[in-house]
Design a protein around this ligand. Structure first.
Ligand code: BT5
Length: 324
């Protein structure tokens, strides 16, 4: 039943704002007019507005902002990213879903996403605020054939892909703060978390976690995030379809990932630097070994941040929180 409903929805989405005749639908879906009526009824209960006219057929007038697989697939033009989509309404963390997925045979490009995370996580045990339906909380499975020590480049690659997608879909001036924050006007709109499993020098797989505040009203952020976080809607005064954004993110990610696999990190490094927000400025890198002051100069070929110290020496920083 649900497969037919997905197929029906895909058909209506494909012809949004046009009428599709009952005859055409029953031919494509291989079911009776009565069965179609039943599925239309269920879609309406799920929040879709579907106009029905005798003779003309059915026409999709309004889609709720859903991120179910059929919503995303109808918009997707990738070759492999997002071809398998595992969606749940609520989960502790989509990272966990992805790790589970690998155990049941998921392949590169598989996407795991949820409308809500109850234990969304950031780096180093930090929390990621992931309220229902207002953002994108998703994890993408990658299996790059690269040595383990190059893994940090993947986060930077992802930042470039996601930045391009947001700019393309919204026109908002998103910038990248090393290593994994996407900012608008100095406030965090998106965070990226790369988790990998490997042994010796081999990467077994990587789970690329992306958290993005999309339609979150500024006033609804918890107190501790109000001054440091923002959403696409808060910055632009309009709302966005998450499925559309997700499709754009997958497209840009696939593109930048393929570029990375064929041409290496150099082209990614250039794009990253063109989107970076602190280059040439004085920053403090809070490293595990303590704070380090200097001017952010760019990216090292390894993905490390290059910091020029007061003594004029340029040193790579591999792990740190950067503050201005
Ligand atoms: C990150 O960590 O920025 C990575 C966030 C990755 C989240 C995605 S959602 C899908 C997948 N499933 C998961 O469970 N996680 C991934 P980090 O750089 O450590 O930043 C965390 C810090 O950002 C927190 O300590 C807060 O200060 C702030 N923060 C928390 N929630 C936020 C939000 N929704 N928007 C902006 N900032 C937030």
């Amino acid at each position: 039943g649900s497969e037919i409903r997905e197929h029906l929805l895909a058909l209506l989405i494909e012809h949004a704002d046009q009428f599709v005749s009952g005859e055409e639908i029953s031919r494509q879906l291989g079911c009776t007019r009565t069965a179609i009526w039943k599925h239309i009824d269920e879609l309406r209960k799920a929040g879709y507005e579907i106009e029905a006219r005798p003779k003309a057929g059915y026409c999709l007038r309004y889609q709720p902002d859903r991120i179910a697989p059929e919503e995303i697939k109808a918009l997707l033009s990738t070759r492999r990213f997002g071809h398998a989509i595992h969606y749940v309404e609520s989960v502790d963390s989509t990272q966990w879903l992805a790790h589970q997925g690998v155990r049941s045979g998921a392949k590169e490009g598989a996407l795991f996403l949820a409308d809500e995370q109850t234990q969304g996580r950031g780096r180093m045990g930090r929390k990621w605020h992931s309220p229902p339906r207002s953002g994108i909380w998703m994890s993408l499975l990658l299996q790059p054939q690269i040595p383990l020590n190059l893994a940090p480049q993947l986060t930077l690659m992802a930042s470039v892909g996601v930045t391009r997608a947001i700019r393309r879909e919204t026109g908002l001036p998103v910038t990248i703060k090393w290593p994994n924050d996407l900012l608008i006007d100095g406030k965090k709109v998106c965070g990226i978390l790369t988790e990998l499993r490997g042994e010796q020098d081999q990467i077994h797989y990587v789970v690329l976690g992306i958290g993005m505040n999309v339609n979150t009203p500024a006033a609804s952020f918890p107190e501790d995030l109000k001054t440091i976080a923002t959403s696409l809607a808060a910055e632009s005064g309009r709302t966005y379809r998450r499925a559309k954004l997700i499709a754009a993110i997958l497209e840009e990610l696939e593109h930048v990932y393929d570029l990375y696999l064929t041409e290496g990190f150099e082209p990614i490094r250039h794009s990253w630097e063109s989107f970076a927000c602190m280059l040439g400025q004085s920053v403090t890198a809070h490293t595990p070994q303590g704070p380090r002051q200097g001017i952010a100069r760019g990216l090292h070929a390894s993905g490390a941040l290059l910091l020029e110290t007061d003594e004029g020496v340029v040193v790579p920083v591999y792990s740190a929180d950067i503050r201005q």
